[in-house]
Write a protein that binds this ligand. Structure first.
Ligand SMILES: Cc1ncc(COP(=O)(O)O)c(C=O)c1O
Length: 384
C-alpha cells in the first residue's frame, strides 16, 4: 500500500534521540532552544521583503497546546488576557477540531464560518456578518498548507486578535510573508502527518516580545524563570527527545519541500480533478494533496467519495477523506450561534473531498501508481 503519509527519517533522527538519552537531560533545554532558534532564523530568511523586527518561536508539546496558549494570551487591554465566557472567536468550520476546541475549552464561544470554494480556507465574506461586539479574535487556518487570505480576513474583522493556525503550513508563504507570521500569533504542528515531524510537537510564533514572554511562562507552569511563578500555567513543554528530532528535520526542510512540490505538480498536471487552489501571491508546501469530487449523476456525493476511497485503497493507494465539518459535531452545535445556519461550501468540501498519498519518501513509481489509480477510478469526475 502506498501510504497517505510517512515520516521522512534517516539514522540521523535515531542518533539524535540516543544522544539525548545518554545525556540524561530529557526536558526542555538546549535542544528545545536550538529548535526554536532554527525555526526563527528559517522564517526570517524565508521572508521577502525582510521582516521588520524579530521572530519569537516558542516550542510546545503539541499543536493543540500551541492553539490553547495563543487563545490564553489574546490581549485584553491589560485587564485579563485570553478569551473566556461571553467572548466569541471566529473559527473556520472545515478543520481538525483543535482550533474550535481551544476556544471552547477557554469557556468562550467558537463561532463557525464557512470556507472558500477553491482554497478551502476561511471565506472573509462569510466571516464579516458574524463579527459582533463580543468578537475578541478570529482564527484563520492555512488549509493543508495553502495560506488563508489573512489580510482580507483582517480587513473584515477589524482590530481583534488574529490567530493563524499554520499547523500544516511550515514553508508556505503569502506575498512573501511566511505562514505562521501572517497573524498576531501563529502555530505549527509536528504531528507525523505534517511537513516535518517530531512525533508530537508544536510551536507558537509571534513578533510581539511581550506576548512571547507570556507564552514562554505559560507553557512552563507559569514560571518566568525557574521558581518564579507569574501566572497559572499548564506543563506544555516539548521534551528534549522531540526537539532533537525537530533539529534534524529542520535541516531537511528544503529537500522535503522540493520533493513535495515536484510530486504534487506531477500528479495534478496528469489528472484533471478539482484540486485545492491557492490564493494569488501564495507559495504552497503541499502538506496534503486533495481534490473535491463534483456531484455525481446518481447517488450522493458522500457515497461517491466513499466508493472512490475504497477503490483507490483496493488498488494499493491509501486515499482518505479530507477533513471534518465542525458544524456537524455536537460540541459545536451546543452553541446557539452555530445552529440553524448553513455552510454549503464546507458541506461540499467535506462530503466530496479526497486526500491522496503525498510524502517525500514516495518513489517515481509510487507517483505513477497514484496517477494510474486516479485515471482508472476517478475519470467520471475529470474536468467537471
Ligand atoms: C489545522 C490543524 N490545527 C491543529 C492541529 C493539531 O495539532 P496537533 O496534532 O499537533 O495537536 C491539527 C492536526 O493535527 C491541524 O490539522
Amino acid at each position: 500500500m502506498i501510504r497517505l503519509t510517512r515520516p521522512y527519517f534517516t539514522d540521523a533522527e535515531s542518533a539524535a534521540v540516543a544522544e539525548v538519552l545518554a545525556s540524561g537531560m530529557l526536558i526542555q533545554g538546549a535542544r528545545v532552544a536550538k529548535f526554536e532558534e532554527l525555526t526563527a532564523s528559517y522564517l526570517t530568511a524565508l521572508a521577502s521583503p525582510p521582516l521588520d523586527g524579530a521572530v519569537h518561536a516558542i516550542a510546545v508539546a503539541t499543536g493543540t497546546h500551541a492553539l490553547e496558549l495563543s487563545v490564553a494570551t489574546i490581549p485584553r487591554g491589560g485587564l485579563r488576557d485570553g478569551a473566556s465566557a461571553g467572548d466569541e472567536v471566529l473559527v473556520p468550520t472545515v478543520t481538525w477540531p483543535s482550533p474550535g476546541h481551544a476556544v471552547a475549552l477557554a469557556g468562550a464561544t467558537p463561532v463557525l464560518v464557512d470556507v472558500d470554494e477553491d482554497t478551502w480556507c476561511v471565506d472573509p465574506s462569510a466571516a464579516a456578518p458574524m463579527v459582533t461586539k463580543r468578537t475578541v479574535a478570529a482564527i484563520a487556518i492555512d488549509q493543508f498548507g495553502v495560506p488563508a487570505d489573512v489580510p482580507a480576513l483582517r480587513a473584515v474583522v477589524g482590530p481583534v486578535d488574529l490567530l493563524e493556525d499554520a499547523a500544516c503550513a511550515l514553508g508556505s508563504t503569502l506575498h512573501g510573508v511566511p505562514c505562521g507570521l501572517l497573524g498576531d500569533t501563529g502555530i505549527y504542528s509536528y504531528h507525523p502527518r505534517k511537513v516535518i515531524t517530531t512525533g508530537e510537537g508544536g510551536m507558537v510564533l509571534t513578533r510581539d516580545a511581550v506576548r512571547a514572554a507570556k507564552l514562554r511562562a505559560l507553557r512552563n507552569h507559569g514560571q518566568s524563570t525557574p521558581g518564579t511563578f507569574v501566572c497559572a500555567g499548564p506543563n506544555a513543554r516539548l521534551s528534549e527527545m522531540h526537539a532533537a528530532i525537530g533539529v534534524v528535520q529542520m535541516a531537511k526542510l528544503g529537500d522535503i519541500l522540493a520533493r513535495r512540490r515536484a510530486m504534487a505538480d506531477e500528479i495534478r498536471a496528469a489528472v484533471p480533478l478539482k484540486w485545492q487552489r491557492a490564493p494569488a501571491g501564495a507559495v504552497v508546501n503541499h502538506q496534503t494533496l486533495g481534490f473535491v469530487l463534483p456531484q455525481p449523476a446518481t447517488g450522493s456525493l458522500r457515497d461517491a467519495r466513499d466508493t472512490l476511497v475504497t477503490a483507490l485503497r483496493d488498488a494499493g493507494v491509501e486515499a482518505s477523506i479530507l477533513s471534518y465539518a465542525l458544524h456537524r459535531l455536537p460540541q459545536f452545535q451546543q452553541y446557539a450561534v452555530n445552529r440553524g445556519r448553513s455552510f454549503p461550501v464546507a458541506d461540499r468540501v467535506v462530503d466530496g473531498g479526497v486526500a491522496v498519498p503525498l510524502h517525500p519518501g514516495m518513489s517515481p513509481s509510487d507517483v505513477a501508481a497514484v496517477i494510474d489509480a486516479l485515471r482508472a477510478h476517478a475519470s467520471w469526475a475529470f474536468a467537471r
